[in-house]
Structure formats: structure tokens, C-alpha cells
Design a protein around this ligand. Structure first.
Ligand code: A2P
Length: 342
């Protein structure tokens, strides 16, 4: 019988790291041991796991001795610096940052879409951007049937995607507004409470944001089709958990709304919630804490021959980050792609 791996969660004190621990626990991931790492600031802190506390350890270049599998969610800089040390120590890294996603040597994987790309990993597997994951889960089954030519997407993204500090900032600003106090802004350039910011990550030379271009480039890489044209507008909204997306697609072959509902109802990881007459459609408040990606408001785009509009919602911390990473880890074990050292 194969031995169970020693697993590290890097960034274990953060919003995604905590959810990674919770997901490992909930899915009863077959680890022989789980260890929690974060920066020196957090060394000695405790994080809950399986009814007990793990003591957080400071991440150093030597941390990976004896660790077989590491789930990273500690920002791009930490991943760039420490993932190569982990690989050198014989550890397989599933990285939630954007540091390695577009590296040709690194598979970018959503298990429902391109699990076969895990086969050529060289030690690092990248977890895609949260907005991309929930979109491609829905696009893939439609692409297989009708071949998608173009995608126009606008996102409505929760603050938890920015991290723990942003969750606290929204909470604090709401309280400050209700108490008629001045609003403090630390994380975002403008007030996020009761506002929408058409600005996620930095602006690039083409006037798109980095978040928007991630959706373009990552979609093409995951779907294995550089011909899919994607144009995105990414917006931060005052929601704690759950990203929503308005997605318009143009296909080569016509797919009716009814056919799309049937195709998506059969697809893995998706729940179709689409009954407008009964006010049934996906909502962030109901997607929070759930594993599925929800799709609804499916209707034909009446301005083109072969087009569909839909509304896609998922928990950005779960399917958009922690769950997708744990699903990758599970597949790595099933495919025997992790070398368990002791
Ligand atoms: P720490 O709490 O010690 O700062 P979030 O995205 O929710 O802000 O979480 C980021 C996570 O990444 C936290 O667990 C944070 O730890 C961790 N982190 C940030 N910088 C480093 C670093 N240089 N080494 C290890 N972990 C880091």
C-alpha cells in the first residue's frame, strides 16, 4: 500500500491557507502529517486542524526536509523564492500564487478541465486565478460541444480574494460609515464599502489590469487553445465571499440555451440554477462555503448567430483557491505523481 505523504500548508494563517487546512480536514485527505508555515511574524501562533491546533512554523529555505507535498498560498514573492527549494528537497508544490502560472514548464490545472496536464509536472503545479477557475469549469463542456471563439466577461469579485486584511477593511468601513466616522483606506485606493472598484491588481501598459489579463492568458493555457479570444473587466465589489461573473460566449456551432442547460447539468463540479420565473439564479451568498460552481441566467445572445449569456458564481476561496489546490493534490496521489519520502 502506498504511504501517506507529509503535507505542508504555506501561508497557513491567511484566508486561503486556513481554508486549505479546512478542506484537507473535510475531505479527509490521506496525509500522514500536516504542518503549517507562515512568515516569522506568525511563528508560534496556532491554527485549527482536526479538532486540535497546529503550531505555525516560520518558513525558511530548509523547511521542506521530510515534506512530500506543499500547498502554497503566501503570495507570489514567497512562491518564487521558496518553491524551488521545496522542489530541490523532493517536495511537490501546488502553488496558488500567480508566480508560476504562465511558465511553460509548469502545468496550470483545473481538475475538471485539464487533469492530464498533471502528468508532465516537474515539481510545481500552478493553481489558476480564482476568476479563471470558475469560468473555465463552465466553459470547457460548452467548448467541447460548440467550440468557443470569443468570451466577454465582467467579474464582480469578493474582497476575500485580496486576503484577510481586505475582509477586515470592508468590515471596518461598514462599521465606520454606520457610526458616521471617517472611512479608513489601507488595502484599496478607494472606499470599498457600498462601492464598486473597476480595478483589481495593477494596471498594465495596455490599460487592462493584471487580473483581467490573467483571465485571458490562463483561460487559453488551461483550455489548451490559444485561439479562444477573451476580453475581461474585473471589478471588486463589497461582498465578503463569492465571485460572480457575467459571461458572454460566441461559439462556432450553435448551442441553444436549453442544450447549454443540459450539457452543464451533466458536467462535473457544476450546479445549474436557472429558473427565472421562480427567481432562481446563482448568488454569492449561497455559493459561499460550497464546492460547486453555480451557473444560471443562461440565455441566447440575440445579437449574434451563435452566442450565449450566463451568470457564473463560486466561492473564490474554496473552488477558486483552496479546494482546487486540494483536488490537484488528490489527483497527484491517485496518479502516483508524488514521491513519498519516508
Ligand atoms: P503571516 O500571517 O505570517 O503574514 P493573506 O493572503 O490572507 O493575507 O495571507 C497571506 C499568507 O501568506 C499569510 O499566512 C502570511 O503569513 C503568509 N506569508 C506572507 N509572507 C510570507 C513569507 N515571507 N513567508 C512565509 N509566509 C508568508
Amino acid at each position: 500500500m502506498a504511504k501517506n505523504p507529509v503535507v505542508a500548508v504555506v501561508g497557513a494563517t491567511g484566508a486561503v491557507g486556513r481554508e486549505m487546512l479546512k478542506t484537507l480536514e473535510q475531505r479527509d485527505f490521506p496525509a500522514s502529517e500536516v504542518r503549517a508555515f507562515a512568515s516569522a511574524r506568525s511563528a508560534g501562533k496556532r491554527v485549527p486542524f482536526k479538532g486540535q491546533d497546529l503550531i505555525v512554523e516560520e518558513l525558511t529555505e530548509d523547511s521542506f526536509k521530510g515534506i512530500d507535498l506543499a500547498l502554497f498560498s503566501a503570495g507570489g514573492g514567497t512562491s518564487k523564492k521558496f518553491a524551488p527549494h521545496a522542489v530541490k528537497a523532493g517536495c511537490v508544490v501546488v502553488d496558488n500564487s500567480s508566480a508560476w502560472r504562465m511558465d511553460d514548464e509548469v502545468p496550470l490545472v483545473v481538475p475538471e478541465v485539464n487533469p492530464e496536464d498533471l502528468n508532465w509536472h516537474k515539481g510545481i503545479i500552478a493553481n489558476p486565478n480564482c476568476s479563471t477557475i470558475q469560468m473555465v469549469v463552465v466553459l470547457k463542456p460548452l467548448h467541447d460541444v460548440g467550440k468557443i471563439k470569443r468570451v466577454v466577461v465582467s467579474t464582480y469579485q469578493a474582497v476575500s480574494g485580496t486576503g484577510q486584511k481586505a475582509i477586515e477593511e470592508l468590515e471596518k468601513q461598514v462599521r465606520q460609515i454606520f457610526n458616521m466616522q471617517e472611512v479608513e483606506k489601507k488595502v484599496y485606493p478607494y472606499q470599498i464599502a457600498f462601492n464598486c472598484l473597476p480595478h483589481i491588481d495593477v494596471f498594465l501598459d495596455n490599460d487592462y489590469t493584471k487580473e483581467e489579463m490573467k483571465m485571458v492568458n490562463e483561460t487559453q493555457k488551461i483550455m489548451g487553445d490559444p485561439n479562444i479570444k477573451v476580453t475581461a473587466t474585473a471589478v471588486r465589489v463589497p461582498v465578503f465571499y463569492g465571485h460572480s461573473e457575467s459571461v458572454n460566449i460566441e461559439t462556432e456551432k450553435k448551442i441553444t440555451a436549453k442544450e447549454a442547460r443540459a450539457i452543464l447539468s451533466q458536467a462535473p463540479g457544476i450546479k445549474v440554477l436557472d429558473n427565472p420565473k421562480e427567481n432562481i439564479y446563482p448568488l454569492a451568498i449561497f455559493a459561499a462555503g460550497e464546492d460547486d460552481t453555480f451557473v444560471g441566467r443562461i440565455r441566447e445572445d440575440e445579437t449574434i448567430e451563435c452566442g450565449l449569456n450566463m451568470w457564473i458564481v463560486a466561492d473564490n476561496i474554496r473552488k477558486g483557491a483552496a479546494l482546487n489546490a486540494v483536488q490537484i493534490a488528490e489527483l497527484l496521489l491517485i496518479k502516483d505523481l508524488v514521491r513519498v519520502q519516508s
